[in-house]
Design a protein. Structure first.
Length: 374
């Protein structure tokens, strides 16, 4: 969007002085403060936020909307933790399962003739599996598909498997890199405020550990993503605090690829009584994240979670990435009540979805290089 057009829209809106001041900062490419962030959540309406977020989105990414070709592997639902928002981990022995190394390799082999560029591996924190166990699996995947990018294990899984092998964070990540780990997904971040964290996932790795693992990975040349689980018991101030910590770390390392807001889904978990956020709240949240995280190149909407239509709408609220053309290979969200219960989109579907929203689809690899059309 042309800056003059965006300014005109904001001017005509006759917004109050506080909001006008924030808009000025954004048009001047100045950073907004924690207080500005909270004010946006509390006061700003949808049209104001969409104009500003769209301005930032188009300044960084034009009309381009990225997607990649990936598939997911979830190694196990056995988990030592009991996060109260989680619908995925096994509640008892009878419902628990684990893929062994052969099962995982068979899944990768099933994609032999398919031009996927990434495998995304996340699951529960299994008490008996260490870094070497998963490292060998990564090594086998690379042996049969050296071209594939392995994005694997949340900081929470990494924290456990590295400690179990008796390594420091730096040693463990270096070892996993040797095995073939290419990048780290953004999960496990939830909300960094420790008071909230204690109430939603009290035993698991705390916010300092999450941030420390991502910082150490970045220093070793392993890029990563970041997420925020929103819409449960957190306040707006908690969300902005979370974004601020990520923005600070990105200032230091510059190695976060993308930020992914994750809307809390309330099926089959201990927080089922919490009402899910509305579409308006979700779009506002995408926009504020886009505006606040001025040093993140990409904001991703995870379409299997929010559904295809909301994903299309999000492209006018700061989002420039729709993640992958996954087939039905993830259970984490369908169990939590995701909009799309059998998520599946091929390249043509995802391109059409983007074109219908009047944006330009670009296939990317995991580190945002453009994949040439074949
Ligand atoms: O950390 C768990 C979230 C995350 C629920 O890096 C829930 O490209 C909503 O890491 N409602 C794991 N969310 C997923 C993850 C991810 C997803 C998409 C893209 C990327 C990426 C990473 O899933 C967990 C947690 O925050 N989660 N339960 C729930 N009921
Ligand atoms: Fe385990 Fe992850 Fe579920 Fe927490 S969110 S219980 S760490 S699988």
């Amino acid at each position: 969007m042309n800056i003059e057009v965006a300014k005109q829209i904001i001017k005509k809106g006759n917004y109050d002085n506080d909001l006008q001041n924030i808009a000025e900062k954004i048009f001047n490419k100045e950073r907004i403060t924690f207080e500005d962030g909270v004010l946006l959540y509390e006061k700003a309406g949808l049209s104001f936020l969409s104009s500003l977020a769209n301005f930032v989105r188009e300044s960084k990414n034009y009309d381009f909307t990225y997607y990649n070709r990936n598939f997911h592997i979830e190694p196990t639902n056995i988990c030592i933790y009991k996060c109260r928002f989680c619908s995925y981990s096994a509640k008892d022995k009878a419902s628990s399962w684990e893929l062994n190394a052969d099962d995982i390799i068979a899944k990768v082999n099933a994609y032999k003739e398919i031009p996927v560029t990434e495998v995304h591996i996340v699951g529960g924190v299994h008490p008996d599996r260490d870094l070497h166990y998963y490292g060998e699996i990564i090594k086998s995947i690379k042996a049969i598909r050296p071209d594939i990018h392995v994005k694997a294990f949340t900081a929470v899984e990494l924290d456990f498997m590295i400690k179990k092998a008796g390594y420091s964070v730096e040693e463990g990540l270096a070892k996993l890199k040797e095995y073939g780990l290419d990048s780290i997904p953004g999960g496990g971040a939830e909300i960094f405020n420790e008071n909230i964290r204690t109430q939603i996932c009290h035993q698991k790795s705390n916010s300092n550990v999450w941030l420390k693992i991502h910082e150490a990975a970045h220093k070793l040349g392993i890029p990563s993503n970041a997420t925020m689980l929103y819409g449960h018991i957190e306040t707006y101030a908690d969300r902005v605090d979370h974004l601020l910590k990520l923005r600070d770390l990105q200032d230091k390392t510059g190695m976060f690829n993308a930020f992914i807001p994750l809307k809390f889904k309330n099926k089959n978990n201990e927080f089922s009584e919490i009402k899910e956020t509305s579409l308006i709240e979700d779009l506002k949240n995408y926009a504020i994240c886009r505006i606040f995280l001025d040093n993140f190149a990409h904001i991703k909407a995870y379409w299997p979670m929010i559904g295809k239509e909301t994903a299309q709408l999000s492209l006018s609220f700061g989002v420039d990435d729709l993640d992958g053309t996954i087939d039905d290979s993830t259970k984490i969200y369908s169990l939590a009540g995701a909009e799309d219960q059998t998520p599946s989109m091929n390249t043509d579907d995802i391109k059409k979805l983007i074109i219908d929203a009047k944006r330009i689809p670009i296939e990317r690899d995991s580190i945002y290089n453009v994949v040439p059309e074949n």
